[in-house]
Design a protein around this ligand. Structure first.
Ligand code: TNX
Length: 531
């Protein structure tokens, strides 16, 4: 809800040049440009769709149905969008944005860059431009400026765990929109875990008929003494149909966001085992898990299980056209494999040293399979432990050492260390003033100070650091509103870490821009955590 003082602020706030993430090069110019109902958006053939997107972005608040045309009569007020091959030095995502009193010009070598120019342009307007209904009597003026901009990193990600708590498709779309606004280009969807399986797999209908639903959920953090656990008695669940996934992928694609799906294996698999008990190491039938923590119920390493996982990945690849497929790999306790005759026989047959090498064997089978289909396997840093699969990309979460080791071995790396990128951690040292979280302490300034390239890497090795991402694990994030509270404004800080050149970063300057940006987020109905 917007109160009257907020509305005044929304209209008055000098959005000035409060762009987040801060552009690489920005030069204020004299004068300003005022958008009116007769402004024409001109595009070339390849940026026609982007012109339409810009018109759609501007319509709700302004009420202007701007024309999108190949050209405009001389003297018309124009927003021109052109793809320009001579600008290739700006890279696949770079752009130029020039605002003069008579004209706005967007030029980019590729569509992604023009899209990011549009995101910058939106942020030049007063925050009220983000309203979903017409703002009466507003004047839509933006300052003249020249911007030349391109990102520091290729992988600018946000992660969302939809397994611990299912998140509705509409929220995933909202998160895609917010990612795009911050020039983030990866959405890592954690689709399966012990507590729920969230994607329809046609060959294995029980994964969602059974695995998408749990009977209840533990209240609060699990006490080490499990006899003290208390449950809410409320069934929880949900899943995305393949049609839902297709819709999400398409929605993300036009916003230049690649969805990276994660199917966890061999650990974090109790929901799969609950659906198909033959995947487990024991004959018992298990429920979908109702508590949090590291679960001993991992899948067995037999050939039938490997076929099952590959069959699942076949359907996943058909749905997600992006290059990266994440197969988890974290927190797979080896207790059950140590006690399992099948697992021990496999270790002997394959001449392996131990259970860690058996997990690496399992991961290699997925790596071969994904590579044969032209995709790249991504895994959490535990996949290093028994030897790294040849084409694997490593996501470094237990600090940065996994990232360093993988980059030195010539593997691409995405940095996701708990110390700087876990948005499920507390935002205040005074945890009593915050909603219950998993623990930890990750204030905004710590996120902003994060440097994704480990100092230990040589420049050659550092080229393997694709970027970083912020994690939203949802054990203690029950719904979209809480997810927004945990993600914002920390995701704004991470976006700047990943986009802006190191030497252009300044925390005081960021905070000054953030004051305006939070007004935008408020208008967008984002439940951000107030500073
Ligand atoms: C560890 S990060 C996990 C997740 C939890 C998270 C909670 C990772 C690869 N595994 O299963 O949700 O901690 O912060």
């Amino acid at each position: 809800m917007i109160t009257l003082p907020t509305l005044l602020l929304v209209l008055a706030a000098d959005s000035g040049l409060a762009v987040i993430p801060r552009p690489a090069h920005l030069t204020p110019r004299p004068g300003s440009f005022t958008l009116t109902g007769s402004t024409i958006i001109t595009t070339d053939a390849r940026s026609r769709a982007l012109g339409g997107m810009l018109a759609d972005y501007l319509f709700p608040a302004t009420g202007f149905r701007l024309a999108v045309r190949p050209s405009a009569p001389s003297g018309a007020r124009v927003v021109a969008i052109r793809l320009d091959a001579t600008l290739t030095a700006l890279g696949a995502e770079g752009y130029r944005l020039d605002v003069t009193p008579g004209r706005v010009t967007i030029r980019a070598p590729q569509p992604a860059g023009a899209f990011y120019a549009i995101q910058t342009l939106r942020q030049l307007f007063p925050p009220a431009i983000f309203r979903a209904a017409r703002v009466p009597a507003a004047v839509w003026t933006i300052p003249a400026v020249s911007i030349e901009d391109s990102p520091r990193f290729r992988w600018r990600g946000v992660h969302l765990d939809v397994a611990r708590h299912f998140m509705p498709k509409e929220f995933v779309k909202k998160l895609v929109d917010l990612a795009a606004l911050h020039k983030l280009n990866r959405l890592h969807l954690h689709l399966t875990d012990d507590q729920g399986w969230r994607i329809e797999i046609r060959q294995y209908p029980r994964l969602t008929a059974v695995g998408a639903w749990r009977r209840q959920t533990i209240i609060g953090r699990p006490d080490p003494d499990s006899t003290k656990w208390r449950f809410d008695g409320q069934p929880h669940g949900g899943f995305y149909t393949q049609d839902d996934i297709t819709e999400l992928v398409a929605y993300a694609q036009v916003r230049f966001v690649t969805i990276v799906p994660e199917i966890e294996m061999p650990g974090h698999s109790q929901a799969a085992i609950a659906s198909y008990p033959e995947l487990g190491n024991k004959p018992d039938t298990l429920p979908v898990w109702t508590a949090w923590g590291v679960d001993e119920n991992i899948v067995n390493p037999g050939d039938a299980t490997i076929r099952f996982e590959q069959n699942v990945l076949t359907e996943v690849m058909a749905l997600f056209p992006g290059r990266w497929i994440h197969v988890g790999g974290d927190e797979a306790p080896k207790t059950q494999w140590k006690a399992s005759p099948l697992a021990q026989a496999r270790i002997r047959e394959l001449g392996l040293k131990d259970e860690d090498e058996l997990q690496s064997h399992f991961t290699r089978r997925m790596d071969e399979f994904l590579t044969a289909h032209g995709r790249s396997l991504v895994g959490w840093d535990e996949i290093l432990e028994g030897g790294l699969a040849p084409n694997a990309v490593v996501m470094s979460w237990r600090g940065i050492d996994g990232g360093i080791a993988a980059a030195r071995a010539g593997h691409d790396v995405v940095m996701a260390p708990g110390s700087h990128t876990y948005f499920d951690h507390y935002q205040s040292a005074d945890t009593t003033a915050e909603p219950l979280a998993i623990g930890g302490f990750l204030p905004l300034d710590t996120v902003y100070a994060y440097e994704p390239v480990p100092a230990a890497l040589t420049p050659d090795e550092a080229r393997h650091v694709l970027g970083a991402q912020g994690q939203l694990w949802t054990e203690y994030i029950p719904d979209p509103k809480r997810a927004e509270y945990m993600a914002f404004p920390r995701a704004c800080a991470l976006a700047e870490v990943l986009w802006t050149p190191q030497e252009e970063k300044s925390y005081p300057d960021f905070l000054a821009r953030l004051a305006t940006h939070l007004v935008r987020l408020g208008v967008l109905d984002v439940n951000y955590r107030p500073l």
